[in-house]
Design a binder for this molecule. Structure first.
Ligand SMILES: *Cc1c(COP(=O)(O)O)cnc(C)c1O
Length: 245
């Protein structure tokens, strides 16, 4: 993808987010576009930066480490890095200095590990709890596939959250999901609606703590996600083109 191509793609994605927000009576400024740059090199990241992107997403700690270091050298300091992929427990310490946001808090253990590592280096990070609403086995996250038909998965999630209330450096501020890949994004609209209901249920359960963020929507379905209330969309292919491998 050329620099020009990335700039054009970005403009199209931003326009579609604005249109989707308008259809839902929302302010497009309330939707953070995270450009998922995984597998793409620094040239692509610099092109997106030049076109105005400030939030980048990565899904592997080791790959992100190189890019974060390069960006700190080559770009001015206003870039925010978002971890969107599963983090192995033994990689928590490596992840701690890299990201401002971690969307993939998919089990209590990683929350604790990250919080401990963040505390050691004196950083605070925003965390989103990853949930699996579709029941697809390939997906990480707390299993809420039977919710809301059954209350027990929500109770199990709250129990996990209760066990994490003493975290000091990892601030839990929302929920994230990956919808199944489908041709027609209308098919996953009910999943995004359930995410919004989940955020409301959490807000009701924990009225003292804000749960403002809904991270949902990727290249194939971000417009529907914005219509249904996404505050963060994670878009890779529609900005950077196809990934290799
Ligand atoms: C790769 C990835 C994305 C972006 O996917 P695209 O379909 O390329 O937009 C979003 N979220 C997560 C968790 C990812 O791993």
């Amino acid at each position: 993808m050329t620099r020009q191509g990335i700039a054009e793609n970005l403009e199209r994605v931003q326009a579609r987010i604005a249109d989707a927000a308008a259809r839902a009576g929302r302010n497009p400024a309330d939707v953070c576009l995270v450009a998922v740059s995984k597998t793409h090199g620094m040239d692509a990241i610099q092109a997106a930066y030049a076109a105005g992107v400030r939030h980048f997403g990565e899904n592997r700690v080791a790959e992100a480490a190189g890019k974060v270091a390069a960006a700190r050298e080559r770009l001015s300091g206003d870039v925010m890095w978002h971890m969107v992929g599963h983090i192995q427990s033994r990689k928590a310490a490596d992840a701690a200095p890299l990201f401002e946001w971690v969307h993939s808090i998919d089990r209590p253990k990683i929350a604790r590990r990250l919080d401990g590592s963040l505390g050691e280096i004196g950083r605070t990070v925003n965390g989103l709890i990853e949930v699996n609403l579709s029941g697809e086995e390939s997906k990480y996250g707390f299993d809420l596939s039977r919710w809301p038909e059954e209350p027990s998965p929500f109770e199990a999630l709250c129990k996990a959250i209760d066990g994490l209330r003493d975290l000091a450096a990892l601030r839990l501020v929302g929920v994230m999901t990956m919808a199944p890949y489908v041709e027609d994004p209308e098919v996953v609209r009910p999943i995004f609606r359930r995410m919004r209901a989940l955020r409301e249920a959490l807000q009701e359960r924990y009225p003292q703590e804000p749960w403002p963020h809904l991270s949902m929507g990727m290249s194939g379905d971000y417009e529907v996600a914005v219509e249904e209330g996404a505050t963060m969309v994670r878009v890779g292919t529609a900005i950077f083109g196809r990934r290799e491998g």
